[in-house]
Design a protein around this ligand. Sequence first.
Ligand SMILES: *Cc1c(COP(=O)(O)O)cnc(C)c1O
Length: 367
Amino acid sequence: MNIPMLDLKAEYELLREEVEPAVLAALAACQYIGGPNVKAFEAEAAAYAGVRHAISCASGTDALLLALRAIGLQPGDEVITTPFTFVATASTILMCGAKPVFVDIDPGSFNLDLVQVAAAITPATRAIVPVHLFGQPVHLAPLRALCEKHNLMLIEDAAQSFGADYAGCKSGAYGDIGCTSFYPSKNLSAFGDGGLTLTDDDGLAAELRVLASHGSRQRYHHHVLGYNSRLDELQAVILRIKLKRLDAFNNRRIAIAEFYNRLLANLADQIETPFADGHGRHVYHQYTILSDRRDTIQKALTTAGIACAVYYPVPLHQQEMFAATHGHIRLPVTERTAARCLSLPISPMLKDEQIEYIAGVIRSALK
Ligand SMILES: *Cc1c(COP(=O)(O)O)cnc(C)c1O
């Protein structure tokens, strides 16, 4: 039985009847840029997230870059973030000429260690960028208190957590700006690239729109250095259809995670199953286990035709890209996690018998 990490084919079959005519209609309507589906998707996403403004852009990376530019990040500024994430969380800080400051993670949630965040604040700190890694909401209330005390901006990287809840807010709606991605593997995904920023602040929303359209407030008048970053009309058609199913898909991910937890419970001496820290609704973008025998498990799964992946094998403070600023620091919890983590297939389309099969292969590998 071959099992992929994420079964996009099964998902496509489920959506085909609704997606194909809608895409063809948008093709025939010929409003490829800034068309009615982009506007409708922005309104629907803002309503879903419970914020005043949702501004679409070309990718999750652009969403982060636009957010950092919108708060006025300057060379010499520092931004505190996690080293255990996808590179875009911190490369966008470098793109603004600012310095990412990596602090260690909490060993249970894999998210920023809040005590270390407080200790890393300096007079140069301008913002904190928490990542809701693998779909688990960061405990944001203490971070907001820190931001208020030190006059910092809170920018959520919600690329892996769209649809998660924290303190009565949707992921991305709690901070000053929330950023998400519609890359095909994400919980809400397009058939290509796409991204979104969320904010309740009218001024930041206006700035985000100006920056995404060549720094222009008035057509052919360019006020600041901006970008060309737009969500495609065809992707907006697909995202509108999928947004209606997001909660159902996320609920299925949660049920799959609970099933894995039960099946792996008797291996507790060799495997740590994901720890939901209770600070919100975890939507399991990834189901990630920890084990000293990670490589043995990975080999057995691969041999059995089951996909699995190490997210992330090299933490950002050890990446060449950040060597100039971070080559010397040690972040022991992050490094130990990177050496022991393994993400198992999780997809709303995964069937119970596939999950039982995966757990069975892991069980025999560890015998
Ligand atoms: C996917 C991802 C991004 C970047 O999104 P793209 O749409 O691929 O540019 C940023 N941060 C995190 C945590 C991600 O997982």
